[in-house]
Design a protein around this ligand. Structure first.
Ligand code: SAH
Length: 262
């Protein structure tokens, strides 16, 4: 069956066998439950099934593709014809899931933020293997003191270990995207820094990094009434810039903010 890719749903199908194999080899899935988001025409799904998972759930927003998948895989997989952004993923299974996703780029970032900030309830996945546009992946894995380091790096670092798997060229997709992609692997951290409300981490990193070239004095005074005291408590030099502070320091600042406010 001929599929006309829908631009609005970010449909760039993976056609490179080497890459498809590499993706499913990122983590061990034999006898595990797998969730694939945005399976499209099922290219990656086929490779997932070859690895003998216990069960495969897929979430596909496109009605036409969902029907095609029903046809192609019959009862081999469970197809949820819905929008990943609207689903309670922690209700899909009682087992921890291994998640694969070659999703539209904007959705990968949105879903990652949603999952990080939602994780208070329960950690419902064992690992996430997700595709990003290369530039965004670089921001996620960026180390302090680099120009790419910022909100995304700090937020991701809060709950997840992150590993870069590989850069993927446009030729591996059909139709070809205009930019390079990067595959990242995320696993939940064993010890997660306790923050009462993820919104406070989002707020503080927003205030700090919206003026990333300014000295820390400015955002510190915006967030804390007793800025000098707080800076001293954590031995922070207020003449530094936001990118010079480790993620851990941001978590501590959020905790301090929460203690002062609540
Ligand atoms: N994983 C496949 C397809 C990638 S294209 C492959 O690698 O070949 C991205 C897929 O995500 C498309 O099938 C698109 O319909 C689906 N998609 C886009 N937005 C979605 C959403 N919000 N929820 C679920 N699926 C979505």
């Amino acid at each position: 069956m001929f599929i006309r890719p829908k631009k609005s749903l970010g449909q760039n199908f993976l056609i490179d066998r080497t890459v498809l194999e590499l993706i499913v080899d990122t983590v061990e899935i034999a006898n595990k439950e797998v969730l694939e988001i945005g399976p499209g025409s099922g290219n990656l799904t086929t490779y997932i099934l070859k690895k003998n998972p216990k069960k495969v759930y897929t979430i596909e927003k496109d009605d036409e593709l969902a029907l095609l998948l029903e046809d192609k895989f019959n009862n081999e997989i469970t197809i949820i014809n819905d929008d990943i952004l609207k689903i309670s993923e922690d209700k899909i299974s009682s087992e921890k899931l291994t998640v694969f996703g070659n999703l539209p780029y904007n959705i990968s970032t949105e879903i990652l933020s949603k999952w990080i900030t939602n994780l208070d309830k329960k950690i419902w996945f064992e690992s996430l293997v997700l595709m990003f546009q290369k530039e965004v992946a670089e921001r996620i894995i960026a180390e302090p003191n680099t120009s790419k380091y910022g909100r995304l790096s700090i937020l991701s670092n809060w709950k997840l270990n992150i590993k870069k798997i590989i850069d993927i060229k446009p030729q591996s997709f059909s139709p070809r995207p205009k930019i390079d992609s990067t595959l990242l692997l995320f696993t939940p951290k064993e010890k997660i820094f306790k923050i009462k409300n993820a919104k406070n981490l989002e707020m503080i990193t927003r205030v700090f990094f919206s003026q990333r070239r300014k000295m820390l004095k400015k955002p510190f005074n915006q967030v804390f009434n007793n800025a000098k005291e707080v800076a001293e408590k954590f031995s922070i030099d207020l003449n530094l810039r936001p990118q010079n502070l480790e993620p851990e320091i941001y978590f501590k600042l959020v905790k301090e903010y929460e203690n002062l406010r609540c």
